[in-house]
Ligand binder design. Structure first.
Ligand code: 9UX
Length: 73
């Protein structure tokens, strides 16, 4: 069963940063079903398979892309 979580993202300075994070999660992180970044609110919603990926793994993937993330839900 998939879970959906929201994280606060830090370090986005232009709209393309949001696309960078979506690419990192949707195309490079196993276990992500879908990820959508809202640049204006600095949030990312991630739907994922908790059997494959942990919340810590989501944070690590965002950090690897060069940004910061803090779970908010
Ligand atoms: Mo915009 Mo973000 O040039 O990593 S893409 S600052």
């Amino acid at each position: 069963t998939e879970k959906t979580t929201t994280l606060a993202v830090t370090g986005m300075t232009c709209a393309n940063c949001a696309a960078n994070i979506e690419r990192a999660l949707n195309k490079k992180t196993a276990g992500v079903a879908s990820a959508s970044v809202n640049f204006a609110t600095e949030r990312v919603a991630v739907t994922y398979d908790p059997d494959v990926l942990s919340l810590e793994g989501i944070v690590a993937a965002i950090e690897k892309a060069g940004y910061g993330a803090l779970p908010v839900t």
